[in-house]
Design a protein around this ligand. Structure first.
Ligand SMILES: Nc1ncnc2c1ncn2[C@@H]1O[C@H](COP(=O)(O)OP(=O)(O)OP(=O)(O)O)[C@@H](O)[C@H]1O
Ligand SMILES: O=P(O)(O)OC[C@H]1O[C@H](OP(=O)(O)OP(=O)(O)O)[C@H](O)[C@@H]1O
Length: 217
């Protein structure tokens, strides 16, 4: 049995066409079912549904052989509790960027130039710390789990580090993007032990994903 960890929402939706191109149909819609283990048209392949930020943990500890997770989640998890999984493929899905944003009218450049401390709210504390350290900017980090955009509006922070795609969430909250930290897309990751134990079936599946990506390009 091969177990693939996916998160509900965009990762699941965007992975479906790749699975389909690899000849694998997922048998249930996670938005309609409460099941957390879903079968596929391949009796030897199943999908487990986990929180996006739990995908690295599942794959690292062998709860799943493979997983699909954003580079943001993977790098943050690696900084937090080490590597322990292989990043195999850039699937080119769930594309966005990790950026710094501030309230409209806030003089970010001046704060940075003056060497003042910057209060930054984010879910990505490790990535934010690394980024600002590399720039020599002193920061106080506030860990949040969502609705980062609210932090500068309520005085909780001067800036946020969050994902941006169309920019409409920032715009709706009168925030502006001031710096891009990195481009993000979802990656296929694998448990190293599983890669040894289930070498052939996993290789075949990864090749099918690669072919699906090639066919899309
Ligand atoms: N607006 C967006 N556009 C494109 N990709 C995005 C966007 N927001 C997030 N992503 C990517 O999709 C991944 C999953 O995001 P999703 O919103 O489904 O989970 P989440 O709610 O952030 O995670 P969790 O449930 O663990 O808090 C992110 O890690 C990121 O790589
Ligand atoms: O630039 P945009 O296109 O507006 O996208 C950016 C938003 O998308 C993500 O949130 P998401 O929609 O996933 O909501 P959630 O993480 O709070 O579920 C991210 O945390 C931003 O808030």
């Amino acid at each position: 049995m091969i177990t693939l960890a996916l998160s509900k929402g965009r990762i699941f939706e965007d992975t479906l066409p790749l699975l389909r191109a690899a000849g694998i149909e997922v048998l249930e819609d996670p938005e309609k079912s409460r099941k957390l283990i879903i079968g596929t048209s391949r009796p030897d392949v199943r999908v487990v549904l986990v929180r996006a930020s739990d995908v690295p943990t599942y794959v690292q500890h062998g709860g799943a052989d493979l997983g699909v997770a954003g580079l943001d989640v993977l790098l943050e998890a690696a900084a937090d509790h080490g590597g322990g999984l292989y990043r195999l493929l850039d699937l080119g899905i769930a594309r966005c960027r990790l950026s710094v944003a501030v309230r409209e009218g806030y003089d970010y450049a001046a704060t940075v130039k003056q060497g003042s401390r910057l209060k930054v709210a984010t879910k990505y504390t490790h990535l934010a710390r690394q980024f600002f350290a590399s720039k020599g900017v002193h920061v106080d980090l506030v860990k949040l789990y969502g609705s980062m955009e609210l932090a500068p509006l309520t005085g909780l922070a001067d800036a946020i580090v969050d994902l941006v795609s169309t920019g409409s969430t920032l715009k709706a909250n009168h925030l502006v993007e001031v710096e891009k930290i990195m481009d993000i897309s979802a990656r296929l990751v694998v448990n190293p032990a599983a890669l040894k134990l289930k070498r052939e079936p996993l290789r075949a599946l990864v090749e099918a994903f690669e072919a699906a990506l090639g066919a899309q390009a």
